[in-house]
Design a binder for this molecule. Structure first.
Ligand SMILES: [Ca+2]
Length: 310
């Protein structure tokens, strides 16, 4: 298998030729990691520095593994799983903080990896297709117009991996998201992951939002937020777009989950900012947290105010 790394087409060694799947077109997946028993469905990034990222699902929970290749094997450098309200992060030694994970990720250079939407079986094809870029916008529009389904989740690993994808069409998702009331309908195209391409956001009942990204030619649901307790929006933090999920409508608490995605629908940073208090308004003596640490009310307000567009 080969990829174009910007200067040359390079071979990507796989531990086992039999480990192939077609999550996104004619690509490959690593089927299992020995002791974890985790099944991977695809991998999306070409290893610019000998690094690969693979994805899997475990009981409906998304898992991303960051592997380094050397001496004929892949070793796990980092891993993350996303349970919606919590983002668990690990290195080879065990669980690490989200902050440490994001720092390590930047150190390792994953942020400058090439999205390997296209990997090829031979070096000639890799060169021939070096200019070829998937048309994300067209993939989105095909989904919205009903020509193609979006992947909601991967249910099981099959002989043909696509058969394990649980895809749904736009009309069906729209009907469900709006509770059949056209009043709530809407789509917008926003670059919420800072990759220079616009993603799709579907609107739903009372502020519900569904976020879709195109990975290659395939549209994949990245995130869904419901109304009331998890109103979400796209905001800006330190000059980067982030998705912020909030819980502000209940007395006694204010929660912000701030999520940074990359161009392949992966979380690369996540934190929770919160205030907990009695009654309707918070004050100096109440509980404030940022990335799991206690902070002061002033710090809480300063971080909250640094998120623009809330
Ligand atoms: Ca984008």
């Amino acid at each position: 298998m080969y990829f174009f790394d910007g200067s040359a087409a390079k071979r990507v060694p796989l531990p086992d030729e039999g480990m192939r799947a077609n999550a996104y077109g004619t690509r490959y997946a690593i089927e299992s990691m020995e002791d974890s028993g985790t099944i991977f469905y695809w991998f999306e990034y070409a290893p610019r520095k000998g690094l690969v990222r693979v994805h899997g699902e475990d009981g409906g929970k998304r898992r991303d593994y960051y592997l380094a290749y050397g001496d004929g094997t892949f070793d796990m450098e980092l891993a993350a799983d996303d349970e919606g309200y919590t983002w668990n992060t690990y290195d080879a030694g065990g669980e690490i903080t989200n902050e440490t994970f994001s720092d390590r990720l930047a150190e390792l250079g994953y942020d400058c990896l090439v999205c390997c939407t296209y990997l090829y079986e031979d070096v000639e094809t890799a060169y021939e297709n070096m200019e070829r870029m998937p048309d994300a916008r067209r993939a989105m529009e095909d989904f919205v117009s009903g020509k193609a389904n979006a992947v909601e989740c991967v249910e099981s690993r099959c002989e043909t991996p696509e058969q394990g994808f649980w895809g749904r069409n736009f009309a069906e998702i729209n009907e469900e998201a709006t509770a059949g009331e056209p009043w709530w309908e809407g789509v917008e195209y926003v670059d919420f992951d800072n990759d220079g391409e616009e993603e799709l956001i579907m609107h739903g009942y009372a502020g519900a939002r569904l976020y879709f990204d195109a990975v290659g030619d395939r549209v994949v649901k990245v995130l869904e937020t419901a109304f009331t307790t998890e109103i979400s929006c796209v905001a800006e933090l330190d000059g980067k777009r982030v998705v912020v999920k909030t819980d502000l409508t209940h007395g006694g608490r204010q929660y912000y989950w701030v999520m940074t995605y990359d161009g392949c629908g992966c979380l690369t940073d996540w934190f929770r900012l919160s205030a907990g208090y009695e009654g309707m308004e918070y004050g100096a003596g109440d509980r404030y947290e940022y990335r799991g640490r206690a902070i002061s009310m002033e710090e809480f307000e300063a971080i909250r105010d640094s998120i623009h567009g809330l």
